[in-house]
Design a protein around this ligand. Structure first.
Ligand code: ZN
Length: 247
């Protein structure tokens, strides 16, 4: 919406300039630079809702626990055990390729009452420069696998690296996916000291939190256990990603 209005403004300015005004080249360069900055900011921050709507927070006394990049044969079972210990439910944004290698694990996640979301098929490093057609293929291939393994139609998409540029947003829309972001990033993939991750999360957690964790990491079960030990005393309700979607 913002993007289209901005392009329209540029076009009108160009027209006006042709007929009446005499804007300098610098004015156009400044406007173009502003547009590029807006696109970069819009692509990297899902909560700005720049290219498409995304859901990044919950309502009321709820916490949405989300796990990206699994399933991992090595670490996901321990994450499931911790969730079970505290009676918490979560959403796992799985990578297609990893589901194909861990089919029983996907069924185990689903069997324990959690929800499976789509986190692309390859999670390629180049995902943010893929064209729309390629992203659509990634989403559809992953959805087909989720359908095969769980019998469920998946409409929840979390773009790799949280990047939501025009191609990725367009592909998500074309596949009728709801884009799910987060409002608390744990930095569990880049922080070695698990205690620091716990402190970071606990300093930020509150009603409506959507927490981003990764279930393919050795420290995740420990981190999750410490977080849930804390939040379970505060009577939060743990919700799944589809409950974040509002009209
Ligand atoms: Zn990821």
């Amino acid at each position: 919406m913002v993007r289209n209005s901005f392009l329209l403004l540029m076009f009108l300015l160009l027209l006006a300039d042709y007929f009446f005004l005499d804007l300098s080249l610098w004015a156009y360069l400044a406007l173009t630079l502003l547009y590029i900055l807006l696109v970069v900011a819009g692509s990297s921050s899902m909560s700005l809702n720049f290219f498409t709507r995304s859901y990044t927070s919950g309502k009321g006394n709820t916490i949405a626990l989300t796990f990206d990049d699994g399933p991992s044969a090595e670490h996901t079972p321990a994450v499931l055990e911790v969730l079970e210990k505290w009676g918490a439910t979560a959403t796992f944004f799985c990578i297609g390729e990893r589901m194909a290698r861990n089919k029983e694990l996907v069924q185990m996640i689903k069997g324990k009452g959690h929800r499976i979301g789509n986190h692309s098929y390859t999670h390629s490093n180049l995902f943010s420069i893929f064209g729309k057609k390629r992203v659509v293929e990634e989403i559809q291939r992953t959805n087909a696998l989720i359908r095969e393994l769980t019998g469920e139609e998946c409409s929840l998409f979390r773009p790799p690296y949280g990047v939501l540029n025009p191609n990725i947003a367009g592909a998500a829309k074309a596949c009728r996916m709801q884009v799910i972001g987060w409002n608390i990033r744990s930095f569990d993939t880049s922080t070695k000291d698990h205690q620091k991750v716990v402190e970071r999360v606990l300093a930020r957690i509150g009603p409506g939190a959507v927490l981003l964790l990764h279930d393919d990491r050795e420290n995740t079960p420990k981190i999750l256990d410490a977080i849930l030990a804390h939040t379970s005393q505060q009577h939060y309700r743990y919700i799944q990603a589809h409950e974040l979607i509002t009209k």
